[in-house]
Write a protein that binds this ligand. Structure first.
Ligand code: NAD
Length: 445
C-alpha cells in the first residue's frame, strides 16, 4: 500500500520504518526540516534499538521523508496521523491534530480518489469522529464515508522496545466508521497475519488506549503507595512483599511442568520513584480531565497522579535521613531517562529529583548511557557535571542515587566495593541486591 505517516516522532518514525520493512511504500511527513533531512540520510533522530539498521535498509527504496504533506496525501492511499497530543495543564491539547486534519482536508479537496485517514495519536474518546472528521469535511468540502474514510488505530509500542513491539505487536486495534474504511486498515495490517486484531468503532479504539495506560499507571502508583507504607512501618521490605504477591498463581502461573512463568505485567507491581515518559502522565491526566468534562470525576485516577507526583521526593527524603542538610553534599545520579533503553527525558522522575537536590544545595554529577544530551536541554539553568563513565560518576561522592534500571548499573555493587570510603547508595528502582551494598537505602525498605 502507499502510506503517508504525518508526524515523524517516536511513533511516526517507528511506524513508518516498520511499515516499509513489511513491504509498504511509505512517506514520513514532518514540519521539522532537520528531522526530515536526517531521516533521508539514514540517521534516526531518536535512539531505538534496531531502528537505524531498518531505516538504512529501506530509505530511498520504499521509504522517504518529506515536509510536503499535500504531496504526500496526493500520492498515497492512506494517511496515519501521529503528531503529539500533549496535556496543556487543563486538558488534552489537540492543536497539532486539528492543524494536520485541516491540511489533509485541503489536500483531499484536490484529490479525486477515495483516501483513508487514520488517527494513530492517542486522543480522548470522540476526537476522531467529533473533531478530526468535521475538520476533514470542512476543508475538503467532501463527505466522510463517501469520498474518504476515517479510522482510529491506537499505538501500543513501548519506547526502548519500539521496533520489536511494532514488528511483533501483541494486538492491533482497528477502529473505523464503516466497512470500506476498515478494509483499508485490514490491508495495511495484512503483513501482520498472526496478530490478534480487534475491530471496533473509533471511540472504543480511543478508549482502549487510555484504559491500557491508566491500568498500568494505577498498578505503579498502587505499588508505590504500598512501598511507602512498608517503609514507615519498619522491618518490612517491599521487594519481599511484592515477591509474595507475584507468586499468586493468577499473576505468575505455574505451568503443567511445575515451572512458573513471570509475565512482564509483574514489573508494574514493583516499587520505584514513579512513572514518567511521554504517555502515562499526560494520558492519565487527559482522561481525568475528559471525565470531569463529561461529569464523571475519576477519583481513582486522580489519586494515581497524586501518588506519582509525590513519589520522586521519597528519594530526597531517604538522602535526608543521612544528610539532614544537603548543602555541599556531592551526589552521583545514575540514570536520567524515564526508563532504560531510551533517550527520552519527558516527565522523567530524575527531573524533579535533580532540581530538588540542587535547590537544597547538593552538588550533582550524573551519568546516563544515552540520555545526557537530552538532559542538557532540560537542565539548562542548572549546574550538573555530566560524566562519561559509571566509574567516574561514583568516584568522590557522598551518595549515589539510582533512578533508571539500566542493565549497566548491575555492575554497581562491585564498583562500590572497590572504593575506599563507601558512599550512601539510594536505590530509587529497587534494582540491586541490598545485601551486596554496604550502605543501602531503597524505596519501600
Ligand atoms: P513526538 O512529539 O515524538 O512526535 C510528533 C511529531 O509530529 C514531531 O516530529 C513533530 O515535529 C511532528 N509534527 C507536529 N506538527 C506537525 C504537522 N503539522 N505536520 C507534520 N508533522 C508535525 O510524539 P510521539 O511520542 O511520537 O507521540 C505521537 C502520538 O503517539 C501521541 O499522541 C502519543 O501520545 C502517542 N503515543 C506515543 C507513544 C510513545 O511511546 N512515544 C506510544 C504510543 C502512543
Amino acid at each position: 500500500m502507499k502510506v503517508s505517516v504525518i508526524g515523524t516522532g517516536y511513533v511516526g518514525l517507528v511506524s513508518g520504518v516498520c511499515l516499509s520493512e513489511k513491504g509498504h511504500n511509505v512517506v514520513c511527513v514532518d514540519v521539522d526540516k532537520e528531522k526530515v533531512e536526517k531521516i533521508n540520510s539514514g540517521i534516526p533522530p531518536i535512539y531505538e534499538r534496531d531502528l537505524e539498521e531498518l531505516l538504512r535498509k529501506n530509505i530511498n527504496l520504499n521509504l522517504k521523508a518529506d515536509t510536503d504533506l499535500f504531496k504526500a496525501v496526493m500520492e498515497t492511499e492512506i494517511s496515519l496521523i501521529s503528531v503529539g497530543t500533549p496535556f496543556n495543564g487543563d486538558k488534552i491539547d489537540l492543536s497539532f491534530i486539528e492543524m494536520v486534519s485541516g491540511d489533509i482536508g485541503k489536500a483531499l479537496k484536490e484529490k479525486k480518489a477515495y483516501h483513508m485517514v487514520v488517527v494513530k495519536s492517542t486522543v480522548v474518546p470522540g476526537t476522531t469522529d467529533e473533531v478530526v472528521l468535521p475538520i476533514l469535511e470542512k476543508f475538503s468540502g467532501k463527505k466522510a464515508g463517501i469520498d474518504f474514510g476515517i479510522g482510529m488505530n491506537p499505538e501500543f509500542l513501548r519506547e526502548g522496545e519500539a521496533v520489536q513491539d511494532f514488528m511483533s505487536p501483541d494486538r492491533i486495534v482497528m477502529g473505523a466508521i464503516d466497512k470500506k474504511a476498515l478494509g483499508y486498515l485490514e490491508e495495511l495490517y495484512r503483513p501482520f497475519n498472526n496478530v490478534d486484531k480487534l475491530r471496533t468503532n473509533n471511540k472504543t479504539a480511543e478508549m482502549i488506549k487510555y484504559t491500557s495506560n491508566s491500568l498500568l499507571a494505577t498498578m505503579i502508583s498502587f505499588s508505590n503507595e504500598i512501598a511507602n507504607l512498608c517503609a514507615v512501618i519498619g522491618d518490612i521490605d517491599v521487594v519481599d512483599v511484592m515477591r509474595g504477591v507475584h507468586m499468586d498463581n493468577r499473576l505468575s502461573p505455574i505451568m503443567p511442568n511445575g515451572k512458573r512463568i513471570t509475565p512482564s505485567i509483574t514489573t508494574y507491581i514493583e516499587a520505584g520513584c514513579g512513572f514518567g515518559g511521554s504517555c502515562f502522565p499526560k494520558d492519565v491526566k487527559a482522561l481525568i480531565a475528559h471525565g470531569k468534562q463529561k461529569g464523571r470525576p475519576m477519583l481513582l485516577l486522580d489519586a494515581v497522579i497524586q501518588v506519582n507526583q509525590e513519589q520522586p521526593l521519597q528519594v530526597v527524603d531517604m538522602l535526608k535521613k543521612h544528610f539532614p542538610s544537603l548543602k555541599g553534599i556531592r551526589i552521583a545520579i545514575l540514570g536520567l531517562a524515564f526508563k532504560p533503553d531510551t533517550t527520552d527525558m519527558r516527565e522523567s522522575p530524575a527531573i524533579p529529583i535533580v532540581k530538588e537536590l540542587l535547590t537544597q544545595g547538593a552538588g550533582i554529577q550524573a551519568y546516563d548511557p544515552v540520555a545526557s544530551a537530552e538532559a542538557k536541554k532540560i537542565f539548562t539553568d542548572y549546574q550538573i557535571q555530566y560524566c562519561d563513565t559509571l566509574h567516574q560518576t561514583v568516584d568522590n561522592v557522598q551518595a549515589v542515587v539510582l533512578l533508571t534500571r539500566w542493565e549497566e548499573f548491575s555492575k554497581i555493587p562491585s564498583l562500590l566495593a572497590d572504593l575506599e570510603t563507601q558512599p550512601l547508595f539510594v536505590d530509587g528502582r529497587r534494582m540491586l541486591d541490598k545485601e551486596l551494598i554496604a550502605r543501602y537505602e531503597g524505596i519501600g525498605l
